[in-house]
Design a binder for this molecule. Structure first.
Ligand code: SR1
Ligand code: MG
Length: 410
């Protein structure tokens, strides 16, 4: 039996041998180098390159537990889900995902484009860099991947078959626990609450029964609303970016769920960047300028999504009743309501739960971090409880600005 005929978790030296036996991208005598560069919670990401020619590739492999903790036993089939999702997204939203060269169902790895000329968007936002094309790119990605995989556009039998291929019980369980349940009751005792905020969180989050009631409704929506093939983890750590290019990566949580799940994640993660900028940029004019760009970007994400969604609906809808007067506007209202609910969930879970974000944890001054967290959590409560009220970009940024005013800068 040859070395790569049976699954094992590769080390960098194995990856070099793997790519040499599978691809002719590198010269046979090339002196390849390889480094594990993954910094996500689940997988191993290897960059392989030839210092002579400059050619390079990424090999992403899944293990049978999550990197973040052995507590999470996750099917290695998630690598198939990720590879198939990337290939489908590449067709629906050309140029907005990395190119996949090979999916290997034995080694549970995917070989794809190296995007080292881009940066992880969260890292760039923490450095307070601007990306004026982001809202346009991400809304094209979301409209194309969401609307075009929904019953509005797809043949219903084909859509059900696609939903079956993307049934993903292990990864859905992670989302159900980490996004929808634990932030609101810590029932597994693994939340990571910033100690100076613990009493506030006990009162304002764990003690809010109306909040829990609304979160319960949203959780059942996530489990039952097979609306579109969502990316399932569309935060700024799942986006590679440079000024003229945006690439969405890591769709291993792809699953048939509510469209608002993806849009809400984008909105919430831009708000984490806003909270970070507000807390860490000392110079007032520079801070105002950067926050202005973030605010405009959030407004544009919502308003461009709305405009492109309605246009794409007119161009692509095949379901006969989708053309009923008023139906597409009603449908979009429900997507926006779900977007607000999920933005609220993401704002809570990344502050209270096990999978946190650097935008918040890197705020060194404890008082500033306390304020940033309370601003995000207060915004989240409004999003979750009053989600029907949020329809336009201006609606979405209003609660964050109100919360900033409610907790004055020290
Ligand atoms: C156990 S995985 C924790 C989180 O990391 C992923 O990126 C998802 O966001 C998941 O919820
Ligand atoms: Mg990920």
């Amino acid at each position: 039996m040859a070395k790569f005929d049976q699954y094992f978790l590769m080390k960098p030296e194995d990856v070099i041998e793997y790519v040499k036996t599978q691809f002719d991208i590198f010269a046979p005598d090339a002196d390849l180098e390889c480094k594990e560069i993954g910094d996500g919670n689940l997988n191993y990401v290897f960059r392989v390159w030839d210092p002579g020619s400059g050619a390079s590739l990424i090999v992403k492999q899944s293990g049978d537990t999550a990197r973040i903790s052995d507590e999470f036993k996750v099917s290695i089939d998630r690598n198939r889900i990720e590879a198939e999702a990337l290939m489908l997204e590449g067709k629906l939203a050309p140029g907005l995902v990395p190119k996949v060269y090979k999916y290997d169902p034995v080694m549970n790895c995917t070989v794809m484009d190296d995007l080292s000329d881009h940066q992880i968007m969260r890292t760039a936002l923490i450095k307070h860099e601007k990306f004026p094309l982001f809202a346009d790119h991400i809304t094209t990605f979301m409209v194309n991947t969401l609307l075009l995989t929904s019953d509005v556009v797809m043949d219903h039998k084909e859509k059900k078959e696609l939903a079956r291929r993307f049934g993903s019980p292990d990864l859905c369980e992670i989302t159900e626990d980490l996004v929808y349940t634990e932030p609101f009751n810590d029932y597994k005792g693994r939340n990571l609450v910033f100690p100076p905020n613990l009493e506030w969180v006990k009162r304002e989050i764990y003690g809010d029964q109306e909040l829990l009631f609304e979160v319960s409704k949203l959780k059942f929506d996530f489990m039952t609303k097979a609306q579109a093939l969502i990316h399932g983890d569309l935060h700024t750590g799942s986006i590679f970016i440079k000024p003229d290019s945006t690439k969405v990566i890591d769709p291993e949580f792809a699953y048939y769920g509510p469209m608002g799940y993806d849009i809400g994640n984008v909105v919430a993660n831009l708000m984490f960047a806003w909270a970070n900028a507000d807390a860490t940029i000392e110079d007032e004019a520079q801070r105002a300028d950067y926050i202005d760009w973030l605010e405009t970007t959030i407004v544009d994400v919502i308003d461009l999504f709305r405009a492109k969604f309605l246009k794409a609906w007119d161009e692509h809808a095949t379901e006969v009743l989708a053309r009923t007067a008023g139906f597409k506007e009603w449908y979009l209202e429900t997507v926006m309501e779900d977007t607000a609910g999920v933005a609220g969930l993401e704002l809570c879970r990344r502050i209270l739960g096990i999978a946190q974000v650097k935008d918040i944890t890197s705020i060194a001054d404890p008082d500033k971090r306390v304020r940033a967290e309370r601003v995000c959590l207060t915004t989240a409560k409004e999003f979750i409880k009053d989600r029907r009220r949020f329809q336009t970009g201006a609606d979405f940024v209003a609660p964050f600005k109100r919360a900033l005013a409610q907790f004055p800068r020290q």
